[in-house]
Design a protein around this ligand. Sequence first.
Ligand code: AMP
Ligand code: ZN
Length: 487
Amino acid sequence: MSNHKHNLYIYNSLSGQKEKFEPIHTGHVGMYVCGPTLYSEPHMGNMRTFINFDMIYRYLLLHYKVKYVRNITDAGHITNSAGEEVDSIGKAARSEQLQSLEIVYKYNVKFQELQHIYNLLPPSIEPTATAHIQEQIEIIEKIIENGFAYIVNGSVYFDVKKYSESFEYGTLSGRKIDELSEETRALTAQEEKHFFADFALWKKGNTDDMQIWRSPWGDGNPGWHIECTAMSTKYLGKHFDIHGGGMDLKFPHHEDEIAQNCGSLGCNPAKYWMHANMLNVNGQKMSKSLGNFFLPKEIVEGTTELFDKPYSPNVIRFFMMQAHYRSNLDFTQDALNAAEKGFSRLTDALHLVEKLKTSAQSSFNIQELVASFYTAMDDDFNAPILIANIFEAVKRINLVNDGNETITKEDLELLSAEMKKFLFDVLALQIGTVNNDSKLLPVMDLVLELRQEAREKKDWSTSDKIRDGLAAAGIVVKDGKEGTSWS
Ligand code: AMP
Ligand code: ZN
C-alpha cells in the first residue's frame, strides 16, 4: 500500500480559487453533473465533459463513498445562446417525424453505447426530467410562495429583480444585474416576462402533446433550469458537495439554478462548483449549432473527414486526459498521433513490468514516485501531470530492464499496482492484454481469422461488417504491413 496522505484541492468556480476539499459528511461525496439533452446524438465535445467528470468521479471513488447523479434532459425548453427559449426536443421530433420520447429514447440508446465504448462508469442515478415533473412543480410553487416568481398567461417566470433584493444574483458568473448595465436589453413585443434577465420556470402549452403536463398554472412544460434544482436536491439534499458541468453552462443555467435554490430552499445547492472546459475545433467551441462537430463514433470508425484513420477509444481518452479538465482542447491529427505513440509506450512498459528482474535493493525512491501520482490528482485532478509522472515511472522501468537501475520485488509490486490503479481505475484506459478479459483474446483471434478469410475471397461486405461491428464495440482493427492488429 502507498502511504499517501490524501489532501485534495478543487478549483471552485464560485470563489475562483483552489480550495481544500472538505466533504459536508465525512467520507461521503454527493456530486451532481448536468447530463445531455437528448435531441440528437451527443458530439465529441459533450463526451469530453462526461469523460472529464468520469475521471473526477473515479478519483473520488478511491477515497470516498460517492453518490454521483447525472440527469438526462428529456423535457422542457432550453435557452439558446441568444437567450431565447427553444423547444429543441419538440423541434427534433417534428423534423424526424417521431414523438418526443421516441427521440429521447433513440438518442439515449446511442449515449449509453458511447459510455460503454469510452469506458465511463455509470452514475449512481441517472434521473430524467420527465419523471420528475411533480418535484419541479413543487419547487416552482415554493418560489412563487416566497415571492420570487410571477405568473403571466399560464407561464411562470423567475423574478430576478425581486430576488436581487434578498440575494445576490450573478455570484457564479460574475454577471451583475443592473438595469443600467450594458447587457440590459429591451423586451420584444412577444416576450411576456417583465425584465430581460427573468427566466421561465414553466411554459404554457406546447405544440407537442407528448410533452405537456398539468400544473396549477395550466397545461405546459417546465423551463430548462428547474429540472436540475428538482433532481439534485431530491437525490442529494438541499446542500451537497459538488455540482459540475461544462463551462458553457455557468451562465445562464447554473446561475439560474443557484437563484432557484436560494429562492426556494434558501441556499446555494453546492459547496464546490466545477466547470470543465470546451473541446474546440480550430479554436472554436465544438457545437451542434455551428455545425463544426463530429460524433464520438465517427472517430473510432474512421469515418470523419477530419482524420485519415480511425483511433481507438483508449487513445482518444488518453489524449483527452493529457489536457487538464479546465483547459481548452483542440483535436488535431498530429496530437492524436502523438497520443497513439505515447499510449503504445505505456502498453509496452506495463508488459515489461510483469517480467522485470528484481534485486536486493532499489536504486531509486519508489514511494516518492508513487506519491507523485496522488499529488498530481490532489491538485485539482491534474491528469496531465499524473501522466507525466507515470511516464517518469515508465522511464525507470526501461532503465531497470536495461540494467541501469535496480528495484526490489516489494517495490516493483507497489509500483505495478499503483500504476495500474491510476491507468485502469482512474484514467480508465484499457491497456492491451494486461487489463483485458483473457477470454477476449481467442475470440478476437477467431474473428480476425474469419475477416481474413472474407478478405481473401474478396467478400468486402463481410470484412467491412466485421470491422464496423468491432468499431462499434470500441475495438479498432488496423491492417498494416506486418498483418492485422487491434486495440
Ligand atoms: P447539452 O446536451 O448541450 O446540454 O450538453 C451536455 C454537456 O456537454 C454540457 O455539460 C455542456 O457544457 C457540454 N458541452 C457542450 N459542448 C461542449 C464542447 N464543445 N466541449 C466540451 N463540453 C461541451
Ligand atoms: Zn443542469
